[in-house]
Design a binder for this molecule. Sequence first.
Ligand code: ATP
Ligand code: MG
Length: 145
Amino acid sequence: MKQYESFSYDDTQVIAKEIADTLKGGEFIAMYGDLGAGKTAFVQGLAKALGITNHVTSPTFTIVNEYEGRLPLYHFDVYRIADPDEMYEIGYDDYIDSDGVCVVEWAELIEDLFPDRYYKLTILKDEDKGFDYRKIILEDDKGKE
Ligand SMILES: Nc1ncnc2c1ncn2[C@@H]1O[C@H](COP(=O)(O)OP(=O)(O)OP(=O)(O)O)[C@@H](O)[C@H]1O
Ligand SMILES: [Mg+2]
């Protein structure tokens, strides 16, 4: 487990780059954090670090956005799915079996569909430490026994 402290959007970009630089492809990153925690901000940092120049926004209505970089990046936002089965309709199995990096906002809504090994990334606010403060926790060894 790794913990990071971010005091700004830009700090979060640096933290995301540090994590991106360790990725080899095939990872699944389940993101946890409230509305406005900075999940999309983190994915923007990941994308930049992977050499992706597109503007990254939450794929709330399309569920997934695909980007080509050093590794393919598949950015999911499952906030609006009504039923986890909708994931299969968009080809979820192919994404998680691919050599790309899958990163999922609101991952708690599809926990039953996680692959055997995954990263859990949690972004927490702490208003006592300032409006822009975020604690970012990475557990990179999660998996079903
Ligand atoms: N330390 C920080 N790290 C990341 N974002 C920050 C930080 N401080 C302030 N922000 C701001 O917080 C907001 C985070 O919004 P973002 O869309 O990334 O959240 P989200 O978790 O994806 O929300 P949603 O659940 O609605 O998708 C942005 O406006 C960003 O600039
Ligand atoms: Mg978002």
